[in-house]
Design a protein around this ligand. Structure first.
Ligand SMILES: Nc1ncnc2c1ncn2[C@@H]1O[C@H](COP(=O)(O)OP(=O)(O)OP(=O)(O)O)[C@@H](O)[C@H]1O
Length: 300
């Protein structure tokens, strides 16, 4: 499969800080690729090197078959970049802002309106950028990154600081962009976002990629018990502990929670006792993967 991005042995140091410490991965065409990690993991630095905004100390980068550094003008029309901190031209409306970006790429103005609709800002076209909410501003900055129809899109923490509803809306937009066949590289410190959106995720910490793969495969590779919870008092805790397959059980007065590595055996036994009132089953998540890899709780 054609590789849109190839990164090998990337290193970058700022003074005493080894921000990126030997990163290697590739991203095939059309993939939704995530770089996930806590603050300071090296995500933005890695992304900026791939985008051609920073020079690596060591390592190779190929983007659409070309070297992004020194700044490569042939790449610019083919990539869209949304940076973490968005700066807009002052006192322009959303439409004017986007048309200004479009004109830089020689894109006809009418395409801007279609793009505003696509990111759900059609009714905000005449609103000045400083009057947009955080979520609307994020969507406008994504529209600016997309208006010239790039085949490869970089998004640096696009949903940071958004409320849950705004994040969900933006996820829909990002899924659509990817479904159109564009390759997306996204950084995030939200585990749920990576799990929901990305075909594959590189988990980064302290400048290194700790694990890389489809979120579900990373989670399945863990030996972490599932947690089954039902309404409190449905079953005495002692009985719950003795269910076939149960490792541990506790009742906090709201829920009875049973840990197990054999959830189907436990659920079958509970069903036989008619004790499935309000049942919820939670498996491992990417947070458990991070904990397993680093021995620390994940703190975004
Ligand atoms: N321009 C810079 N000068 C000096 N140190 C920097 C610079 N940019 C980043 N760093 C340091 O390099 C490390 C990696 O930073 P980077 O921004 O790449 O991480 P990140 O994973 O994107 O974090 P965040 O989620 O907070 O954006 C951090 O320790 C940071 O303090």
């Amino acid at each position: 499969m054609a590789q849109t991005i190839e990164v090998t042995g990337l290193r970058k140091r700022y003074g005493d800080v080894q921000a990126v410490d030997g990163v290697t991965f590739s991203v095939p065409e059309g993939e939704f690729f995530g770089i996930l990690g806590p603050n300071g993991a090296g995500k933005t630095t890695t992304l900026e090197i791939i985008e051609g905004l920073r020079e690596a100390d060591e390592g190779g980068v190929s983007v659409l078959g070309m070297a992004p550094w020194p700044r490569n003008p042939r790449l610019l029309p083919r990539i869209g970049v949304q940076l973490q901190a968005t700066a807009f031209f002052e006192r322009l409306t959303a439409r004017e802002q986007l048309q200004t970006f479009a004109s830089l790429y020689g894109v006809p103005a009418r395409k801007s309106d279609a793009m505003l609709e696509k990111v759900g800002l059609g009714d905000k076209a005449d609103v000045r950028v400083e009057k947009l909410s955080g979520g609307q501003a994020q969507r406008l900055s994504i529209a600016c990154a997309l208006v010239h129809d790039p085949e490869l899109v970089f998004l640096d923490e696009p949903t940071a600081a958004l409320d849950p509803q705004a994040r969900r809306n933006l996820w829909d937009v990002l899924r659509d962009i990817n479904t159109e066949g564009r390759t997306i590289v996204l950084t995030t410190h939200y585990m749920d976002e990576a799990e929901l959106l990305c075909d594959r995720v590189a988990i980064m910490d302290a400048g290194r990629v700790l694990r890389l793969g489809p979120p579900a495969a990373l989670v399945r590779g863990l030996d972490v018990p599932a947690r089954i919870s039902v309404a409190s008092g449905v079953l005495p805790v002692g009985d719950a502990r003795r269910l076939p397959g149960a490792d541990e059980a506790a009742d906090d007065g709201v829920s009875l929670t049973i840990s197990t590595r054999d959830p189907s055996a436990v659920v079958a036994a509970m069903a036989a006792k008619d004790a499935l009132d309000g049942v919820q089953i939670r498996g491992a998540t990417l947070e458990d993967v991070f904990l397993d890899l680093t021995g620390r709780e994940y703190r975004a």
